[in-house]
Unconditional design. Structure first.
Length: 388
């Protein structure tokens, strides 16, 4: 704050002056309202507009902040069209241009399919043992709940928190593990590799705590496919969709893989598909969860499960898609693009074919996607031909 008086005149920031203090409190309230709008706007998908994805949201701020708050969304979601309606003003972001109109009538967009997934995710990450209702309502006041799809779950989650926390406590071990035992669980244990089918391994992996990724993830995503498949496809890690559904290769990258595999003559039902890392690593950004690359320690910890899968399936060929998969299988994830299209050998002697991960193609500019998809399809054809 600046000093209150200068040569007998009032200066900005004089909190001793009642009028100035009121102005500062009003300014703080407006800034807080803008922050809450940034945090609590929930978009719902609308029918596409001229080939571009379109989204809509309804929000009820305390102040006239639409013009001040919405450039934040224009910067963050500049690749889609959207509308944010409030009781008095509506912001339109169409084809990269932000404009404002008066709101003629309340226009809440209808629910979309992602809200059911979001509620499932919110329920799974709700930790009853850390529930502090007053602190939660301080950060997420009840007046904003009507704008949030998860809000109708909160009263029930609060009511059941005590019982769920008691269940969690009852499942905890009565004594902490010895340090040597704890370290042993973090390291590969080949002597245990002979026990358990793939289905049993999947059940064991659901309780895995070998690395910190199990904490924020919704669930483990284990591999699936014939236990005697000649071909094993190894990706990098589950994405947002896989984390919610609990199956590998079902998100956008998995759909691209399915399309190109079909073009290459590869029947996914005849191959075993899995990931080098079994839990989704992400960074939260508002409602979205942004994929984060697993580090070497996380890949090493999860290699335990991949090695067990490989021992059960005994594939004749492994297709490693992406640097993380190459790191887990061959010990090196470097120079992926130079290694692409080449056959290498895993430490146990299994042939490994190196290619990119489908998510790499999705991140490319539109004009480059077609050529890279064809090249990826050709990679799959090469891998398939080596089995005949």
């Amino acid at each position: 704050m600046l000093l209150a008086l200068s040569e007998g005149r009032l200066r900005w920031g004089d909190r001793a002056d009642p009028a100035m203090r009121k102005i500062l409190e009003q300014e703080k309230s407006v800034r807080r309202d803008i922050h809450k709008m940034h945090a609590f706007v929930r978009f719902r998908e609308l029918p596409p507009q001229e080939g571009r994805r379109a989204f809509g949201a309804w929000f009820e701020p305390e102040h006239h902040i639409v013009e001040a708050a919405t450039p934040f969304f224009a910067k963050r979601f500049g690749d889609m069209d959207w509308v944010i309606a409030t009781p008095e003003a509506t912001a339109h972001f169409i084809d990269g241009a932000l404009s404002f109109t008066e709101t003629e009538a309340e226009s809440r967009p209808p629910e979309d399919a992602t809200e059911a997934l979001w509620r499932t995710y919110y329920t799974n990450i709700f930790n009853p043992a850390r529930l502090m209702v007053k602190a939660m309502q301080s950060e997420m006041p009840k007046k904003y709940w009507k704008n949030l799809p998860e809000a109708d779950l909160i009263p029930g989650l609060i009511r059941g928190a005590q019982g769920r926390a008691a269940e969690m406590q009852a499942r905890m071990p009565t004594e902490p593990p010895k340090r040597r035992e704890a370290v042993a669980r973090m390291l590969p244990q080949p002597e245990q590799a002979a026990a358990g089918s793939l289905e049993e391994l999947h059940q064991q992996a659901e309780a895995c705590t070998r690395c910190p990724l199990h904490g924020p993830a919704t669930q483990v995503v284990f591999g699936e496919g014939p236990p005697d498949a000649a071909l094993m496809i190894v990706g990098e890690q589950p994405g947002d969709r896989e984390d919610l559904v609990g199956r590998p290769f079902v998100g956008p990258a998995g759909q691209l893989f399915d399309e190109e595999a079909e073009r290459a003559g590869l029947d996914r039902r005849q191959v075993y598909v899995t990931n080098a890392v079994k839990h989704f690593k992400f960074a939260p950004r508002g409602k979205r969860r942004i994929h984060s690359k697993p580090d070497a320690g996380e890949v090493t910890a999860c290699r335990w499960w991949l090695d067990l899968e490989r021992e059960r399936v005994k594939p004749k060929l492994i297709v490693a898609m992406g640097a993380t998969a190459c790191l887990s299988i061959t010990g090196s994830g470097a120079n992926l693009l130079k290694r692409r299209g080449q056959f290498e050998t895993a430490p146990d002697g299994t042939p490994v074919f190196v290619t990119v991960h489908p998510s790499y193609i999705l991140r490319l500019p539109d004009e480059a996607k077609a050529a890279e998809r064809q090249r990826f399809c050709d990679d799959l054809k090469t891998a398939l031909a080596s089995l005949t």
